[in-house]
Structures are given as C-alpha cells and as structure tokens.
Design a protein around this ligand. Structure first.
Ligand code: NAD
Length: 261
C-alpha cells in the first residue's frame, strides 16, 4: 500500500474511468475524495466501499466543476478533513457531437468549462499544498483527441488539445518541487460517455449502432479493441510511484495505435 497517508482527489469519479482511478488508488491505501454526479444512494455505496478498500478515509463532494466557487469549496473541504490533496486527477469530462455550424453555444461553453477550465482551477488550488509537501502528482485524462481530430467534435478536440498544453506548462512550473504533471490519452474506452454519444453519431452519420461501433469508434483503433478503465487506472498508479518521478509533461497515449496513423 504505497499510497497510505496520501490523499487523492479524482474529478468525475462516480462513473467510468474516474471510478476506476479511485478504486486503484484506494487499493494502494490512498484517502479518496470522490466527485461527480449520480444517484445519492449509489454514490454513498461507492464512497463506503472505497473507504473499506483503502482502510483510510473516503469523502464525497458533489461540486459542479463548471462552477469555480464550488471547486474552491471542494478543496476547502478536502483541506479541512484531510489536510490537502497530494494526488489530483483531472478526469471529469463530457462530449457533444455536431457539425460546428450547428454546434449549440451552450454545449461549447460547457465542454470548455468542464473539460478544460476546471483543470486550471483544481490545479491552481492544489499546487500550493503540493509545493509545501515537496511531493505531488497531477494527472489529466486527456484523449487521443488531444493529438488527432474527428469530425463533429470541435469543442472536445479543442479542449483536449488545450489540456495537453496546460499539462506541459504546469510540468515546467512545478518541476523543481517533487511534483509531476502528466496527461493520459486513451483511445475509445467503453464507458457511459462513449455509449452516450452513439445515438448522436448514428444521427449525424446516418448509421446503425453496429456501424458506429465498428466503422467509427473502433475503425480508428488499430487493435480493434476498446481500452478498459482498469488499464487507464493502472497507468495513473504507475505515475504515482517514485520510479516515475522523471516522467513529467508527458502525454501518454493508450489508444491501441490510433494516434500514430
Ligand atoms: P463518464 O461519463 O463515465 O464519467 C464522467 C464523470 O464526470 C461522471 O462521474 C460524471 O458525474 C462527472 N461529471 C459530469 N459533469 C460534471 C460536472 N459538471 N461536475 C462534476 N462532475 C461531472 O465518462 P468517462 O468515459 O469515464 O470519461 C472520463 C474522462 O475520460 C473524460 O475527461 C473523457 O473525455 C475522457 N476520455 C474518455 C474516453 C472514452 O472512450 N470513454 C476516451 C478518452 C478520454
């Protein structure tokens, strides 16, 4: 349990990849701050399971990450209960698929706020404590879309390219403080986010569900296999280890070869 005594805040951890990060970090003894939306009873069951796995503390914050005041309140809560955040995983994100001339302005604003600006706010609030500790880990779930584009995803691709840039800058600013800042860029991972975009893609491209899965999603992924949330979480766990301390500012692809084409 190499993370015993450390606290990890994982944004968007009530589902999908974020929940897998929380479970992997808890297995190594980390205290967890869970965040995201969902059914209150289900979230409480996740929180109490995580506390059981880690043998430490698991807290839940329902902060809406598009609201910078709510993000500040979440950090104040983590600091009051657990001292501060040693490991920050910027994971919450959403998707919307439409051609740019039809892209709803409110969806653009939501995606930039949640997939990009939230990571600026969490990072600026986390780094002072990490600097004081002389240790910290910041990890973003970026995407293959931080490196390549797809039609219909202007806001998502813009936000994910930007988070790769933010990662590089934060890595340089923290390099002498025992803090590493990295992005993990998965290809398609089978989660509710991917499932949720299938109907829009069916409509945009006039395809069946099977055609979207095989000819759109997995078409770009040379392995023809979805990435799993556990694979992504195991990379984050590795980045938390001391032997990974030379890895900073990296954008680590886990996309079955998608972005090399
Ligand atoms: P998901 O939809 O399963 O989970 C998203 C999480 O974010 C949930 O916990 C949700 O409650 C939370 N969330 C949504 N809006 C929020 C808000 N305003 N404030 C706080 N929390 C909010 O999605 P996922 O597939 O696990 O995606 C997680 C991350 O991984 C995203 O950044 C996504 O872009 C990225 N990603 C996903 C894939 C994929 O194929 N699934 C691939 C590459 C990158």
């Amino acid at each position: 349990m190499f993370l015993k005594g450390k606290t990890a805040l994982v944004t968007g951890s009530t589902s999908g990849i974020g929940l897998a990060y929380a479970q992997a970090l808890a297995k190594e003894g980390a205290n967890i701050v869970l965040n995201g939306f969902g059914d209150a009873d289900e979230i409480e069951a996740m929180r109490s399971e995580l506390a059981g796995i880690s043998g430490g503390t698991a807290l839940y914050s329902g902060a809406d990450l598009t609201d910078e005041a709510a993000i500040a309140d979440m950090f104040a809560y983590a600091a009051a209960e657990l001292g501060g955040v040693d490991i920050l995983i910027n994971n919450a994100g959403t998707q919307y698929v439409a051609k740019v001339e039809e892209f709803p302005v409110d969806k653009w604003n939501l995606i930039i706020a949640l997939n990009l600006s939230a990571a600026f706010h969490t990072s600026r609030l986390a780094i002072p404590y990490m600097k004081k500790q002389g240790w910290g880990r910041i990890i973003a779930t970026a995407s293959a879309h931080s490196l390549v584009a797809s039609p219909g995803k202007s806001a998502y691709v813009a936000a994910k390219h930007a988070i790769a840039g933010l990662t590089k800058t934060l890595a340089l600013e923290t390099a002498e403080h025992g803090i590493t800042v990295n992005a993990i860029s998965p290809g398609y991972v089978w989660t509710p986010l991917v499932e949720g975009q299938i109907p829009d893609t069916m409509a945009t491209r006039n395809m069946t569900r099977e055609e979207v899965i095989n000819d759109v999603l997995l078409k770009a992924q040379p392995t023809k296999e979805f990435v799993t949330p556990d694979q992504v979480a195991s990379m984050a766990l590795y980045l938390c280890r001391d032997e990974a301390k030379a890895i900073t500012g990296a954008n680590l692809s886990m996309d079955g070869g998608w972005s090399v084409q």
